[in-house]
Design a protein around this ligand. Sequence first.
Ligand code: CP
Length: 308
Amino acid sequence: HRHLLGIEGLGPQEITALLDLSDGFVEKNRSADRKSNNLRGKTIINLFFENSTRTRTSFELAGKRLGADVINMQVSASSVAKGETLIDTAMTLNAMHIDVLVVRHPDSGAVKLLSEKVNCAVINAGDGAHEHPTQALLDALTIRRRKGHLDGLTVAICGDVLHSRVARSNIHLLNSMGARVRLVAPRTLLPAQADRLGVEVFHNMVKGLEDVDIVMMLRVQNERMKGNFIPSIREYFHFFGLDYEKLKAAKPDALIMHPGPMNRGVELDSDLADDVERSVIREQVEMGVAVRMACLDVLTQNLAGGNA
Ligand code: CP
């Protein structure tokens, strides 16, 4: 593959190879010798049309730890603000002989469209409600390092599935790797025909969490809600917020995950989020840097004619 646009289309062998490579980078990042020259002379541009803390910073760190030159484009300060289109912006950057464009955009499909117009590698850092492939890879790495494997695990993805690219990428990855996926959400926050995604659907949190190995909470994406998706925050937390009581339904060693940014007290109890016995949210962030190093490494080798 020249680009990383989504998990859909990646096979278990490709996913496993990326996770194996990421594992090595986790150890390297924990050592005193974090920097390498794998990407020396390469240029990466982060082009984010939506806000980000984790993804943008970790792509920047990942590129720099591999020795690349990394530029963060501030879209609000760019000529996009003067009306330059997405494609013209991408083609302008492409003309500067860059190697990788990391793109986040509010519209599903925008990153793929852009990838067809440039000759650098393109990584999807989240497009609308479509995919966020590096998030699913870092989630998988977190689970695999904790549980030793992905196959046979039961994973409950809970909350605002409708607006979630994280959920879609995770469904593809977990299905591909032999895990069982449950979606736990109110009817208003599920996509149409959710049961055709190869998942089990639950509208009751306690039933949905019964004996699961992993509880993946999703952010309630207020900025994407143009209607009455939830009656009130208080009611949402009562029925669909994860707290110690509802968690009792899951396996005693079930892990709690959240891609961030989280709404404390909305989808997740604040104490539970900070409970290091159960929550691996900070670990997910750490894995994010390693996974992005692996993705950049593989894609730039492809550009050089390598066989990765
Ligand atoms: N999980 C995630 O994509 O976070 P950011 O929006 O902060 O990048």
